[in-house]
Structures are given as C-alpha cells and as structure tokens.
Design a protein around this ligand. Structure first.
Ligand SMILES: *[C@@H]1O[C@H](CO)[C@@H](O)[C@H](O)[C@H]1NC(C)=O
Ligand SMILES: *[C@@H]1O[C@H](CO)[C@@H](O)[C@H](O)[C@H]1NC(C)=O
Length: 396
C-alpha cells in the first residue's frame, strides 16, 4: 500500500470520529432536575419528567432527556411521540413506582409512537411489586384487574434499549407491542420466583426484535413471544428462576396473527420450570407457529427442558372445545445439553387435528437429576426427524 494512501485512510478515520463525536456532543440535554424533579424518593416527579420530555420531543435534532443519579418517585407516565428528532432517555438514577396495586392502568412507564428512541444509562426501575402482588387474583378470577407493566413500548421503531435494570415489577417488566427493529441488550430483570405474572419481556405484533446479553430472574416467563411476532432473535440470555422462554400461549382468541421466525441461541436456563416451550389452547382459532430454531442451549436443573403443549390450560377447568387449531411446523432443536429435574425431559403434545410438522432434533444430551430412573421423552402427533446424540431416546 502506498504510504500516502495509508495517511488518507487515517485522515478519513479521524474525520469520521470527529464528526461522530460532534454529533453526539450536539445532542441537546434536558435534565429533569431543571424541570423541578426532586430525588427524594417520595415526591411524584411525573410533571417534571413530562415537561422535560415535551421540550426534548419538540426540539429538532438529537435530544437527550437526562435523569441524574438519585431516587425519583414517578407516577404513571406516557412518553409519546412522534418527536421531531432522535431521542435518548438516559436513566442514570433510579425510578420508583408508587406503592400499592395502581389498578386501572396497564403500564407504569409507557413509550409510544417513537422512531429512533434510545433508553439506557445503567439506572434501575423499581416497580414496588411486593405491595401489589397480593392484589393479583388472576389464578382464580378470569376477569381479574391487571397490574401495571413496568415499561412498555408501543409503536416504537428503529430503537435500542440497553443497560437498564428492572426489579420487582408489579406485572411484567417490559413489553413490546407493534414495534419494529428494536435491539435490547445488557438488561437485567429480577423479581422473586413466586411473584405472580412477572414476565420478563413480552413481545407481540412486532418484527425484528433482538434481545441479547441479558439476565432475567423472575416469577413467570423470562421471555414470552405472543401472536404476531416475526423475526425474533434471542441470544446470550440467562434465565432463572422463571418459567423459561415461551412461545404463546397461542389460540386463545379469534383472529390471532401467526408467529413466524424465532431464534433462541446461546442461552442458559437455571432452575426454571421450563426451558424452551410452545403452548397453545384447545380452541377452534386457527393460526401457525413456524420457523423456529433453538440451539446451543444449556439447561441446569430444568423441570421441562423441551416442551410443546397444545393442550395448554393453566387454571383448569378450561373451555376445551376441540383439539388445538394452531399449526406448529419447521422447528429445530440443536445442541441442547445439561440436566432435567423431572423424568420427562422432552415432551411434545401436539394437536391431533394439526399434528406438528417437520420437527428436527439434533444432538440433545440431557441427564436426569433425580432417582426415578432414566430420562424419557413423550410425544403425540409429531412428524419429524432426529440426528446425532439423543438423550433421552427420541419418541418420534
Ligand atoms: C440492531 O442490530 C442489528 C444487528 O446487529 C442491526 O443490523 C440493526 O441496525 C440494529 N438496529 C438498531 C436500531 O440499532
Ligand atoms: C444456578 O443458580 C444457583 C442459584 O442461584 C447458583 O448458585 C448456581 O451457580 C447457578 N448455576 C449455573 C450453572 O448458572
């Protein structure tokens, strides 16, 4: 390479660096303290946060809402767009929800109708869940009032969420609805194993969502993939305690969209009820769940490492009208190893009306932690193929 060409490369690299630095530097900062926010852990800072948000949102160019260190009590708020430019919500402090159940509201902190949103900063969302969980009676009451989800993203596109902690959510920690191209990384979610309905992340009606390098310890599903989810990519996620990574439940109501395209890779499940699960109700509502890959997964003391349940009924009796009408197809399980705490490590109960199609299992190597004897697999209505090592022995 000619030396002058090398110099030109260095020059352009520096220029590029300078331009990027200036752009980040040019972000206009909206510090919630300048809008009257008080970090005493008691004053409701809703108004101050909303004022800062509105100014940031109405500013052309890049803006940043800045929450300095300190504990801020914050009532239910909605940060809505569209905004005039990209916006960063920098949480370096800790946000605390009001105590009690906060009934009649679906979420604590909502982000809506936004493009190019970044939420980051290393701060914590404290949902004060312990004061709300006793009000959750959803296991006995089908018309139960739901408690608020800690942070929701609705109609959010081309965005990133990273380096945020959420503890003791009253309901789920995070939810994504009607979102597209959102990357979530380095988040840490935690709630006690016995806390009700504290899903880690719920995703529905969304496309191109990536969740990576995160840690989820909670009382319900670590990640729940709901109807209308397409191209969901989950990697390097640690789950436990919790109910595992679940697709569904599907087929609960009429007109649900399909779930198509899911990869779960390089994940660890520790002490969870399930590892990777697909669950559908017994109902006449037709949809499909297809193109899934689960690979490079380590299971440690997991009750149901691999499970498909097309007779899902969490609180019997359910109104089982007919075998499930959700078609499950093109699902690959590859390189899954570790230990199962129950004897049935692989359970695939597919629908007799819509048997599972093209299920592939390659190199499954699970061992039993318990004294009931060797591990088993148990299937019905499965069409598929197996390759490589199979522990437990295959059932299709
Ligand atoms: C998310 O990550 C993917 C893959 O690394 C990248 O192509 C995409 O541009 C990212 N999206 C955002 C909004 O950062
Ligand atoms: C599993 O969780 C237990 C309890 O938190 C912990 O002590 C152990 O180190 C974890 N094991 C793995 C393999 O992550």
């Amino acid at each position: 390479m000619a030396p002058q060409f090398g110099c030109a490369r260095v020059f352009f690299a520096m220029l590029f660096l300078l331009v990027s630095l200036t752009r980040a530097y040019n972000a206009k900062i909206f510090n919630v303290r300048n809008y009257g926010a008080v970090a005493d852990g008691r004053t409701d800072n809703r108004k101050a946060f909303l004022k800062a948000w509105n100014d940031a949102c109405n500013q052309k160019g890049i803006s940043r809402v800045y929450i300095p260190k300190g504990v801020y009590m914050l009532g239910t708020v909605e940060f809505s767009g569209p905004c005039k430019g990209p916006i960063t919500f920098l949480i370096t402090g800790d946000l605390k929800a009001p105590g009690g159940p906060s009934l009649n509201t679906e979420e604590w902190i909502a982000f809506r109708y936004l493009n190019k949103l970044i939420v980051k900063g290393g701060g914590t969302l404290d949902g004060q869940g312990a004061s709300a969980w006793p009000f959750n009676d959803c296991d006995k009451n089908t018309n139960c009032q739901s408690l608020p989800i800690s942070m929701t993203f609705d109609f959010v596109t081309n965005s990133r969420i990273k380096n945020i902690r959420s503890i003791n959510s009253k309901n789920a920690h995070f939810s994504f609805f009607a979102c597209e191209n959102v990357n979530v990384s380095k988040i840490e979610l935690s709630a006690p194993a016995e806390s009700p309905n504290t899903d880690g992340i719920k995703i529905g009606s969304s496309t191109n969502i990536r969740i990576a390098s995160s840690r989820i310890s909670t009382g319900d599903d670590c990640i729940a993939i709901l109807p209308g989810s397409t191209n969901i990519d989950i990697s390097y996620v640690y789950c436990g305690p919790g109910h595992g990574i679940s697709v569904g439940s599907l087929g609960k109501s009429e007109g649900e969209d399909n779930v198509n395209g899911l990869a779960v890779r390089h994940c660890t499940f520790n002490g969870t009820d399930n590892g990777v699960r697909i669950k559908t109700w017994e109902s006449p509502w037709r949809s499909s769940a297809s193109n899934f890959i689960f690979e490079e997964i380590f299971m440690h003391k997991v009750r149901n490492p691999i499970i498909v349940d097309q007779t899902y009924c969490p609180h019997p009796p359910c109104n089982q009208q007919t075998a499930s009408h959700v078609q499950i197809e093109d699902v690959t399980y590859r390189n899954i190893w570790g230990t199962s705490s129950s004897q049935i490590a692989v359970s695939m109960q597919c629908s007799k009306n819509f048997p599972c199609k093209n299920i592939v299992m390659k190199d499954i190597d699970l061992a039993h932690l318990g004294n009931e004897g060797p591990l088993k697999s148990w299937c019905s209505n499965v069409d598929g193929r197996v390759y490589g090592r199979q522990n437990p022995p295959p059932c299709f």
